[in-house]
Design a protein around this ligand. Structure first.
Ligand SMILES: *Cc1c(COP(=O)(O)O)cnc(C)c1O
Length: 412
């Protein structure tokens, strides 16, 4: 049963990833360190393969949300690249942060004290980055209070606070607010003048504040999603998401399609059933509204997206056959569907579209240059597949799976 076709899969394009990395690099000063943000399974693209490729391409630091993700990177053989934790650690997570040599982002003396205790217990020193709130309202304290906590934290014997950072709430939509946040940070800057600084996410790369910083933290742009619409032409989407036609039928006028019978055929149509649904992360909010690409044509979704299946209208698509490849996200012929398009329809942002692609969807890695786990021999094929279907593959490919959550055991 090895050669059975894929039903629904995501192709991850290493050359697009490298292209975007070089676009980001070209925006920042040479000495600025690039924190490549790979949290949430690299925005759905696959944590380990993407992290490896970005490190090979010159990313200086990997940014993840939490210690679980940091441990996964370390276990996959990414042993030396620094890791920055972007979310706050739970009290019980500091020992693991130290074990993984990850840098927690801390906001308070309380957290610094816990980190210090864990560091002393392990006989190691810990590095932390200290966050100040300037308007994001998620981590960090404001102004004088933050500075007071920072000064206390700096006296702890086993913790080195190597950078101070903040996060913009509206970098992609409100330059004035972003300026005000920067001004607030600069107001307190004299209290930590000697410390490294970082503020920028993808949207801020195109602002001059990046030049005052030692690090930038970039996710979205690396995956080829534009933080602002004008950047669309500069970046190449890394993920293409595909499925297949599982069934074709002619339905006559008066028939209805899918749950709730929300679509009524006014005239006869040829309908294709696809192997994708919200169980794969294809949002139900796309029901009756989004389009897919079949044989280079845009075809409309008819009726509600269900958990595993979705119906589209292929009446004007000649030659459509069962088994045809269907593009949900990406290019086919001269048509392309970007994450922004689905995001607009679903009332969300491109981040959520790609991050939501489910664990049932295997990721297929194309044009990746990085080596498998442990720096072993390069894999011969240009295409690597991860996910459950790969579980019988050779041990050299073991390390190519992006997430243990995404695979079944080779020997159940
Ligand atoms: C996710 C995240 C980033 C990356 O943001 P993008 O918009 O994807 O570039 C940067 N900083 C912090 C604190 C984050 O949580």
């Amino acid at each position: 049963m090895k050669d059975r076709p894929l039903r629904c899969w995501a192709e991850i394009d290493g050359s697009a990833l490298r292209h975007n990395l070089s676009v980001v690099r070209s925006r920042i000063p040479q000495e600025t360190k690039l924190v490549a943000v790979v949290k949430a399974n690299a925005y759905g693209h696959g944590l380990v393969p993407v992290a490896r490729e970005l490190v090979k391409g010159g990313a200086d630091v990997l940014g993840v949300s939490n210690v679980e993700e940091a441990a996964e990177l370390r276990a996959a053989g990414l042993g030396t690249t620094p890791i920055l934790l972007l979310s706050a650690c739970l009290p019980g997570e500091f020992p693991m942060a130290i074990e993984c040599r990850a840098w927690p982002t801390i906001s308070t003396y309380e957290e610094a004290k816990r980190l210090n205790a864990a560091a002393q217990k392990s006989g190691q020193r810990a590095i932390a980055h200290f966050k100040i709130d300037t308007g994001m309202g998620r981590l960090g304290l404001w102004g004088a209070e933050a500075v007071k906590e920072l000064k206390r934290a700096e006296r702890l014997p086993a913790v080195d606070i190597e950078a101070v950072c903040t996060h913009f709430s509206s970098a992609d939509e409100d330059p004035e607010r972003t300026e005000a946040q920067w001004a607030e940070l600069m107001r307190w800057r004299p209290h930590f003048a000697e410390k490294a600084l970082h503020v920028a996410n993808s949207a801020t790369l195109w602002r001059k504040t990046v030049y005052a910083c030692s690090f930038v933290r970039v996710g979205l742009a690396l995956y080829g999603l534009p933080p602002m619409p004008f950047l669309r032409r500069l970046l190449r989407p890394v993920m293409s998401w595909k499925t297949r036609v599982t069934l074709l039928r002619h339905l006559c006028a008066g028939r209805t399609v899918s749950y709730g019978a929300t679509y009524l055929l006014r005239k006869a149509q040829r309908l294709a059933t696809l192997a994708v649904g919200y169980g794969d992360g294809y949002f139900r909010a796309l029901s009756n509204r989004a389009q897919v690409l079949v044989r280079g044509n845009r075809c409309r979704i008819r009726g509600r997206v269900t958990m595993d299946q979705t119906v589209v209208d292929v009446t004007s698509t000649t030659g459509c056959k069962v088994g045809d490849e269907v593009v949900l996200l990406g290019a086919q012929g001269d048509q392309v569907i970007h994450a922004e398009e689905l995001a607009r329809i679903a009332g969300t942002i491109g981040y959520e579209i790609v991050t939501a692609v489910g664990s049932r969807v295997p990721r297929i890695y194309r044009e990746f240059h990085s080596l498998p786990q442990g720096g072993g021999a390069p894999v011969k094929s240009k295409t690597r597949r991860t996910g459950s279907r790969q579980s019988r593959s050779s041990s050299s490919e073991e390390g190519l799976r992006e997430s243990s959550r995404n695979i079944r055991s080779p020997h159940p």
